[in-house]
Design a protein around this ligand. Structure first.
Ligand code: ADP
Length: 545
């Protein structure tokens, strides 16, 4: 899985978990909050309803109930709304708090301050034939107490507490005659109501169920003066859904935030681990520990980066090993001619050998060899690092072969080797003529060097398979099969002692191969020991021939 996809998926997982957790926590906490609010409401509703009802009973009116309701709301931390059966609002704590009244959702509780007449067969029996008078008396007294209490309340007073009598009708426990104005008003009310009371009670004489008819008649009459029933609605002090859910939401968002931060930190840690180990490995590598490698897991970008790092480290290590070997090789190669020169110079100094023309000639040879080794090394270093300058032109490889033959003719004749050339031209190639002449020169020099007198060296150039082929074939000593793989390695010689004698640096073929490779060419060798070798070089042809 790619690194990008992994980052995407892991972030997605964190996001989904965070969102899910937020939703779950919010739902849970909101449900808890709502349940708590409902519980609170249920717990308070009975108390509030009873207090409000007691107010109406004692005061005989709803007037002035708002102060009591405001206190109740504050004590119980509830929003209270009282509405009559026609939907008219008596009190709303929202309005009292100078805010727009919010819609109510909870089911209302009915507060009925009107007393129901507690009249049953036993009570009726007890009253005997005077039951109508008893009911009328109850109505009169009750009306009187209601009007009186209402009047006291209107005047800003506090009516006396009430308690129910034997028929369940509440009356003031104290003397109602304390307030003459209100007593008068209460008495006045009776004048207009008594006839209607009488008519209602008398209407029950013909009723089949006398008792329930009386109860009904009592209720009907009470309805005309007692405070009306109200509906009580409760709600949370602040049951605005936004603020109601605010706390649980804030809590869940906080929890999810913490969860997400931890989750993301873990994910980031997990993903950064390979990068951290890569950083540590880079530092170790920079400190010179070239054998440092990192664990490569996965096929994603980080895995690819780890593999690249390992390749780079291996290349560095290889380069360092090669450099060390090269230095060792250079030291080894230079040591012998240097020792020779040193030996001769010391012998000359000590007078052990006489100074002669031959001796100086020999010393000159040794120094020349050292210079050749150094020149070749410079070429090789430049070629291998890609810094060897090439001046490329289009030319005919057939001409190069002929020029090579002519250049080496004298050496060939001196060695009594027959040097011939065959070229099937034209063979247009693109490259650096001087460098390719250097390659050919190295091959021809080697061929002549390893071919005994009487032998032959043949240079050939011909087209084949869209490429220009250059061959140097000799009838020399050849190269053993097991040595062939090393021929192009630097400082490799089949016979170091003999080759050094012949002035070879052991770098010629290595340089030649690098130059050929830089011309998009190939070089290889086939050889049969004792019968000769063939070095074959190919280059791309500039045009089809
Ligand atoms: P040098 O400058 O010593 O010749 P080269 O890199 O040109 O170095 O050759 C490496 C070795 O390959 C030689 O020392 C020799 O042993 C072997 N070699 C190269 N060309 C021939 C050849 N034509 N016949 C036999 N051996 C060869």
């Amino acid at each position: 899985m790619s690194f990008r996809l992994r980052v995407f998926l892991l972030t997605l997982v964190v996001a989904v978990v965070a969102t899910g957790a937020t939703a779950w926590l919010s739902l849970r906490l909101s449900a808890q909050q709502i349940a708590h609010t409902q519980q609170e409401a249920t717990r308070h509703v009975a108390d509030i309803a009873e207090t409000v009802r007691a107010y109406a009973r004692r005061h005989g009116t709803w007037a002035g109930v708002s102060d009591r309701v405001a206190l109740l709301a504050a004590d119980n931390k509830q929003r209270i709304r009282l509405v009559n059966l026609y939907g008219q609002v008596t009190v709303d704590t929202d309005t009292l708090a100078n805010r727009a009244a919010r819609p109510v959702v909870s089911p209302p509780t009915l507060i009925n301050p009107r007393p129901a007449l507690a009249l049953d067969a036993t009570a009726a029996e007890r009253a005997g034939g005077k039951i109508d008078a008893v009911i009328l008396d109850e109505l009169t007294r009750y009306r009187r107490s209601v009007v009186y209490a209402g009047c006291v309340t209107d005047n800003g007073g506090d009516p006396p507490p009430v308690s129910p009598d034997a028929y369940g009708v509440p009356f003031p426990a104290l003397n109602t005659e304390q307030n003459p104005d209100c007593t008068r008003r209460a008495d006045d009310t009776q004048q207009y109501a008594r006839d209607a009371d009488l008519a209602a009670v008398s209407g029950c004489h013909a009723a089949s169920n006398h008792i329930s008819c009386l109860i009904q008649a009592f209720g009907d009459r009470v309805d005309t003066f007692a405070p009306e029933p109200l509906q009580l609605f409760l709600g949370a002090v602040d049951d605005d859904p936004v603020t109601l859910l605010g706390r649980p939401l804030a809590a869940s968002i906080g929890a999810v935030l913490v969860l997400s931060v931890i989750g993301t930190a873990l994910v980031a840690r997990h993903m950064a681990r390979p990068l951290r180990s890569l950083t540590a490995a880079s530092r170790r590598l920079a400190a010179g520990h070239l054998d440092t490698r990192v664990r490569t897991t996965g096929r994603d970008e980080v895995g690819e980066l780890s593999r690249s790092f390992n390749r780079m480290a291996a290349a560095l290590e290889g380069a360092e090993t090669a450099q060390r070997r090269l230095l060792a090789g250079v030291a080894h190669e230079l040591r012998t001619p240097m020792s020779n020169v040193l030996g001769y110079l010391e012998a000359l100094q000590d007078g052990v050998v006489p100074a002669s023309r031959e001796l100086f000639g020999s010393l000159h040879e040794e120094v020349l060899l050292q210079r050749r080794i150094l020149d070749d090394l410079q070429d090789l270093t430049l070629a291998e690092s890609g810094h060897l300058a090439y001046r490329r032109t289009d030319f005919d490889l057939a001409d190069l072969v002929e020029a090579g033959r002519v250049a080496h003719l004298a050496v060939a004749e001196a060695g009594r080797v027959r040097l011939t050339a065959e070229a099937t031209g034209p063979l247009p190639v693109h490259g650096d003529q001087d460098r390719l002449r250097q390659v050919l020169g190295n091959l021809v020099t080697n061929a002549l060097r390893y071919t005994d007198p009487g032998g032959a060296v043949l240079l050939r150039a011909f087209p084949a398979g869209g490429r220009a082929i250059l061959e140097v074939r000799d009838t020399g000593c050849g190269i053993a099969a097991e040595d062939l793989p090393f021929v192009f390695q630097r400082f490799w010689r089949a016979d170091p002692a003999r080759d050094r004698e012949t002035g070879g640096s052991g770098l010629g073929l290595t340089i030649a191969r690098q130059i050929v490779l830089d011309h998009a060419g190939t070089i290889d060798v086939t050889s049969t020991p004792g019968r000769g070798s063939t070095f074959r070089v190919t280059f791309p042809l500039q045009v089809d021939v």
